[in-house]
Write a protein that binds this ligand. Structure first.
Ligand SMILES: NC(=O)c1ccc[n+]([C@@H]2O[C@H](COP(=O)([O-])OP(=O)(O)OC[C@H]3O[C@@H](n4cnc5c(N)ncnc54)[C@H](OP(=O)(O)O)[C@@H]3O)[C@@H](O)[C@H]2O)c1
Length: 180
């Protein structure tokens, strides 16, 4: 049984995750979303991210979580006690998780890495924060690919008076052998 993968994202109401790919996505989201992200990713314990997201967030690993950072140049990064820098496919990441006995990991972007996991049918759940904001253009949850993945809404919560919504979906992918 492979580990469960939960994609955690925050988007504007028009579906944008960043209006500049080098921008830190955590500058425009609500305090309530920041708290939710911190709590959920710590509860899951392992985060998977791309090197652009790692750099955009300041180049430091997220503390109290194992960080798995995808990069074609792992040697270019300083050593972090709680981070693994690796190249490879989503299946290679799953193998690393399984070797370590990890049964649940959070995929936290960006669009490039999200696409690879979605295309591989390796995302089981989407926890999406929808901020009441419009950017008009920018990066989407997944870049440069088209697919049609049906989802089921399983939970919905309003996080603040401005109307930030937290939506949880189960994905119906072809690869449904994850461990819950
Ligand atoms: N709103 C949100 O919830 C949210 C969440 C996360 C990120 N973001 C935003 O999204 C933006 C970044 O997204 P992005 O799509 O541009 O980049 P990304 O997915 O964070 O990182 C892409 C980079 O990771 C490395 N990489 C990806 N897959 C790999 C693989 N299989 N093997 C080895 N290396 C691999 C490559 O860089 P190298 O090989 O050159 O190292 C690639 O250019 C930032 O602005 C960030 O703030 C928003």
């Amino acid at each position: 049984m492979r580990p469960k993968i939960t994609l955690i994202m925050v988007t504007t109401a028009d579906g944008v995750i960043a209006n500049d790919e080098h921008a830190d996505s955590f500058t425009w989201n609500s305090a309530e979303d920041k708290k939710h992200f911190r709590e959920l990713s710590r509860q899951i314990g392992t985060v998977i991210l791309g090197s652009t997201t790692f750099r955009a967030a300041g180049g430091a690993s997220l503390k109290d979580r194992l960080n798995i950072v995808l990069t074609s140049q792992p040697d270019r990064f300083d050593k972090h006690e709680n981070a693994i820098f690796m190249k490879g496919t989503p299946q290679d990441v799953i193998a690393v998780l399984m070797e370590r006995g990890i049964t649940h990991a959070a995929l936290i972007g960006g669009a490039n890495v999200n696409r690879q996991f979605l295309e591989a049918g390796l995302v089981d759940e989407l926890v999406l924060t929808l901020e009441p904001r419009l950017f008009g253009s920018g990066l989407r949850i997944s870049d440069g690919s088209s697919f049609d993945i049906p989802m089921q809404l399983t939970a919905m919560e309003q996080l603040n008076d401005r109307g930030t919504l937290l939506l949880t979906y189960t994905l119906h992918t072809t690869n449904d052998t994850q461990q819950s």
